[in-house]
Write a new protein. Structure first.
Length: 108
């Protein structure tokens, strides 16, 4: 009986540490959808009710695309105007993925 309990405990612990959490499992597109699309739109054009109301910029716009990756990351981390800060809720790798998403909208 003790052996089963020990094996069961090991299996549960292994599963807990090996299965990624939702935050880690999100790819860039899913992360963008959950954190950004409500204002910036699925296509990055800011053609949403909220985006229009608060003056969100189109990610394909030259003034957005000319910003450096560091500048875009700083905006994501610290927020700007009506945009909230995501410093506490996003990891540096996730911010980097979102910057890459912003860059991808210039190509569309």
């Amino acid at each position: 009986m003790k052996v089963r309990t020990v094996v069961f405990t090991i299996v549960i612990l292994a599963a807990t540490f090996c299965i990624p959490t939702a935050a880690f499992a999100q790819d860039a597109a899913a992360l963008y959808k959950t954190k950004c699309a409500a204002c910036h739109g699925a296509d990055g054009k800011a053609d949403t009710a909220v985006g229009k109301k608060i003056g969100v910029r189109d990610f394909a716009a030259p003034e957005v695309q000319k910003q450096s990756d560091d500048e875009l990351a700083a905006i994501i981390n610290d927020g700007k105007n009506k945009m909230p800060s995501y410093k506490k809720s996003l990891k540096p790798d996730q911010v980097k993925e979102l910057v890459a998403m912003v860059r991808s909208f210039a190509k569309k």
